[in-house]
Design a protein around this ligand. Structure first.
Ligand code: ATP
Ligand code: MG
Length: 217
């Protein structure tokens, strides 16, 4: 099992009111699974993903990623950097850095040496070898998003977490992104957790779940 989530609960305070966003979410994923999650706006999809990605902490419950119980982790930055890849609706590339610099940031943060051969292979795989020295401003939306996927997987994470990864793409680029996820899943047995409003993205899940009223079914 690569990801185990047990009875996760999360509330937010909104003035005097307590907002119960997650009321006990549990699921398990095996390596190579694609989990897609849908649910109304405000149902807590991004909240759930931020707990899986150690960007926020639950009130109670457990998240175990690749045998690491997040409860026992002292260094969240380290586990995030080495075990988790993030893809967001907005690519969040750094405009002052060129493409290859953007992609290899997670490797540098991990304090590892950049494996040039591996990086070159990855650029070939993504069909972006001719854009290495370009800057984000000079790229199309689809290219930027594909580069953010590269950045997410450069450190060979245990899971890739994607929050509305096609939310900012046109239909054509959304389909390319879906194909890319399926190819990465097939070629590298990568595990994905994807929150989406897009039916086509939702349909690529081996496991498809719906978050509603704080419960994931
Ligand atoms: N840091 C926070 N403080 C207070 N309330 C929050 C916080 N983060 C999220 N919420 C609330 O928690 C609920 C769930 O938000 P969340 O962003 O997880 O929903 P979502 O399912 O991702 O929605 P969308 O589909 O629009 O992206 C919302 O009511 C939101 O206002
Ligand atoms: Mg959201």
């Amino acid at each position: 099992m690569i990801l185990s989530v047990k009875n996760l609960k999360k509330t937010f305070k909104d003035g005097d009111k307590v907002l119960e966003v997650l009321k006990g979410v549990s699921f398990n994923l095996n390596k190579g699974d694609i989990l897609t999650i849908k649910g109304p706006s405000g149902s807590g999809k991004s909240t759930l993903l931020s707990l899986l990605g150690t960007l926020d902490q639950p009130d109670s419950g457990e998240v175990i990623i690749d045998n690491n119980n997040l409860k026992d982790i002292k260094d969240y930055d380290l586990i995030r950097n080495t075990h988790i890849g993030f893809i967001f609706q907005f690519h969040n590339l750094i405009s002052e850095l060129n493409v290859v610099e953007n992609v290899t940031i997670p490797t540098l943060i991990a304090g590892k040496k950049i494996d040039e051969a591996y990086v070159n292979e990855l650029f070939d795989y993504f069909d972006l070898s001719n854009r290495k020295k370009s800057f984000p401003l000079d790229l199309s939306g689809g290219e930027k998003q594909r580069i953010s996927v590269m950045r997410a997987i450069i450190n060979k994470p245990s899971i890739v977490i994607a929050d509305e990864p096609t939310g900012n793409l046109d239909e054509h680029n959304a389909i390319k992104m879906i194909d890319l996820f399926q190819k990465l899943n097939h070629d590298f047995n990568l595990t994905f957790v994807i929150a989406t409003h897009d039916k086509k993205v939702f349909n690529i899940g081996d496991k498809k779940m719906n978050l509603y009223d704080g419960i994931l079914l």
